[in-house]
Design a protein around this ligand. Structure first.
Ligand SMILES: Cc1ncc(C[n+]2csc(CCOP(=O)(O)OP(=O)(O)O)c2C)c(N)n1
Ligand SMILES: [Mg+2]
Length: 327
């Protein structure tokens, strides 16, 4: 065993892997179950993007808040939302995170600082500004994070939020999850600037671009800007260049992809494989330890699906509950 060259101890590395693997298997299973017709509604899968979600959110506690996107399962798992409650929610069942009445695009758990997935592009950015303003008044060093896709980064709400955050010096970080596509439109066609660092600069914010398939690069960059925000240094933008393994939504024929593109990203840009190669070749974690986690995660996902299938549907009487929140 050589020394540990990583900025995280072995328990933290194992936990990061477990969470990334949990997201991956959650999504792989949804892909299969959706294809079988078991799941109602629309589903957008986060598989391939795990290193960004975990690399960033592993710096946060329950008092830090995040606003997610329509592709939100990974953010939820990273923020500590119970995968069994999530699975029930996606299956539209009682006992789900929103009692089965929200579905995939509305999973929220305020107790974990997860303010919600969101079907409206760019809608999370102003919410994160609000959470950051509250954090600024509370003075406990909390931060808020807004996740946004490359497509949603063109929304007025997002651009106005960058300005507001800079004007009010809010402890908020805008994460652009740049997976190269907005539905079937390529980023290069739909976004005028090459670099989000330039776009951030136009609003007076520092910006950083990282390889979002490299957990360690994301973790390091996120750590720095989150620490700065916690200590009053203000907002920042983090662009993660990443890949999505599945279509825009489940059922997408992906005719806009280049030939061999999907095989290439699975073979060469798999953030989990990259993580595993790094930690095993450094001699910090063995392949056997990772395989043991893989088995445990598969057991958890199977358990979640069994629970979700067995849970009852909401009733007509449930329609009028949980409509308003009591403070
Ligand atoms: C305001 C708004 N406009 C359009 C849509 C339809 N829509 C849903 S997802 C999507 C593409 C989003 O692309 P991106 O932000 O890059 O996120 P990704 O799906 O790649 O994660 C669009 C246009 C929407 N949900 N909300
Ligand atoms: Mg995109």
């Amino acid at each position: 065993m050589t020394g540990n060259p990583f900025p995280l101890g072995k328990p933290e590395l194992l936990e990061a892997y477990r969470k990334m693997r949990t997201i991956r298997e959650f999504e792989e299973r949804l892909h299969v179950d959706f294809g079988r017709g078991d799941i109602p509604g629309f589903v957008h899968l986060y598989a391939g993007e795990e290193a960004a979600g975990i690399g960033i959110i592993s710096h946060l506690g329950d008092g830090d808040r995040i606003a997610s996107t329509h592709r939100g399962h990974g953010h939820c798992i990273a923020k500590g939302v119970d995968p069994v409650a999530m699975m029930k929610e996606i299956y539209g069942k009682r006992g789900g995170s929103c009692e089965g009445k929200g579905g995939s695009m509305h999973i929220a758990d305020v107790s974990k600082g997860m303010m919600g997935a969101n079907g409206i592009l760019g809608a999370g950015a102003p919410l994160a500004c609000g959470a950051a303003l509250a954090a600024k008044y509370r003075k406990k060093g909390e931060v808020a994070i807004s996740f946004v896709g490359d497509g949603a980064s063109n929304q007025g709400t997002f651009l106005e939020s960058l300005n507001l955050a800079a004007v009010w010096n809010l402890p908020v970080i805008f994460v652009v999850e740049n997976n190269g596509y907005a539905e079937s439109t390529s980023r290069d066609y739909g976004v005028a600037v090459d670099s989000y660092v330039d776009r951030a600069a136009g609003f007076g914010l520092p910006g950083v671009t990282v390889d979002g398939t490299d957990f360690f690069a994301v973790h390091e960059a996120a750590g720095e800007i989150i620490r700065r925000a916690r200590s009053g240094g203000g907002p920042a933008l983090l662009e993660c260049k990443m890949v999505r393994f599945f279509g825009h939504f489940e059922g997408d024929a992906q005719t806009y992809r280049g030939s061999g593109e999907l095989d290439d990203i699975r073979a060469n840009q798999d953030c989990l494989r990259k993580f595993a190669a790094a930690v095993t070749s450094a001699g910090v974690i063995t392949a056997g330890e990772l395989t043991a986690i893989d088995h445990q995660v598969l057991g958890l996902i199977e358990h979640a699906v069994v629970q979700a299938k067995a849970a009852p549907l909401p009733t007509a009487a449930d329609l009028t509950t949980d409509v308003y929140v009591s403070y």
